[in-house]
Design a protein around this ligand. Sequence first.
Ligand code: AQP
Length: 335
Amino acid sequence: MSKLRVLSGIQPSGKLTLGNYIGAMKNFVALQHEHDCFFMVVDLHAVTVPQEPAALREQSEAVAALFVAAGLDPAHAAIFMQSHVSAHAELGWLMTTLSYMGELERMTQFKDKSEGKEAIGAGLFVYPSLMAADILLYNTNLVPVGDDQKQHLELTRDLAGRFNYRFGETFVIPEPYIPKVGARIMSLDDGTKKMSKSSPNAGSYIALLDTPDEIRKKIARAKTDTGRDIVFDAQNKPEISNLMSIYAQCSGQSLEQIQAAYEGQGYGAFKKDLAEVVVGALAPLQAKYNEIRSSGAIGEILQAGAERASAVAEQTLAKVKEAMGFLPPVRRRKG
Ligand code: AQP
C-alpha cells in the first residue's frame, strides 16, 4: 500500500480512558510507521462544553504526553494542539456555512450531550463542521476513530463532496479506520452506554493513569449480566462481552481464546485476571508518561508538530478560499 495521509484527534475534556486508547490511540501507533500521520489534541472541540481554564491546560498537556507515552514517535507523526494551527478555526467556519441545520440536528453525539440541558452551546451544535475542517485540511485518506465517530465522519464525507460539487475538486474524501474488536468500549456501570471521559461517575471508566488499586476496584465493581458464563454475546450479555473485549485488546488474545480459557469459571475469577491484564498493559505507558512529563519535552514536540501541520493546513485553506471566491490578501509593493 502506498503511503496514506492519516489524521485523528482526541479532546482534552477529561482523563483519557481505556476506551480512547483501545478505540483510537492503539491504531494511531500502529499506523505511524507506514503512513504520513498527524495527531492532534482537539482543544477547540473540548470547549464546546464548559472547561475550567486551569484544568484545560493540564489536560491538554496530559493528552499530548499520553500520545507519546502510548508509543507515538514525534519523529514520525506530527503531534500538535488544534488551537496552535489557526486554519482549523477558519476552515471550521467555512464548513459551518456549508452545513445544514437538519443534518447537524441528526447527530447522535449532539443529541446525547444536549439531552436534558436548558442552555445548549452553539459550539456543540456545529462541532461536526469543525471536525470536518480538521480532517479536510490535511487531504486525509484515513481517520482512525472509535465507532462513536462514524456518523461525524459520514458528515465530513458529505461536506467534502458538497464542496467539491459546488466549487470544484478540492478535498480528498476520507475513510474511517475503525478497530474490529473494541470499537466501542462500554461504560463499566452500564453496558449499553459508551465509556466516556466526561462521565460524572469515575467508576464508569478506567482512566489510563488510574493506579493499579483503582483499576482493581473499578473492575471488581463493574456491572455484570445475569448468569455466570464467560461468553461473548454483545446483544444479550453486553456487560461481560465488554469486559471480554477489554481483555482481548489488553492481552492480544482473541475472544475465542478467552472464552475457551474461562469455560466453567465464573465472573469473579475472570474479573480478577482481567484487572491484572489491564494493570500490566498500562504499566509501561504510565511509566513513560511520568518520564515525559518530568522531562519538559512536550512544549517542543507540540511546537514542531504545529509547524509541520500549519505548512499543510495553510495550503489547503488558501485553495479553499480561492475556490470560494475570497479576494486574496493584497501584497504591499516594495519601495
Ligand atoms: N468508549 C469508547 N470506545 C472506543 N473508542 C472510543 N473513543 C471515545 N470513547 C470510546 C474514541 O476516542 C477518540 C477520541 O474521542 P474524543 O475525545 O474526541 O471524544 P469522544 O469520542 O466524545 O470521547 P469521550 O471519551 O466520550 O469524550 P467526552 O466524554 O469528552 O465526549 C475518538 O476516536 C473516539 O471514537
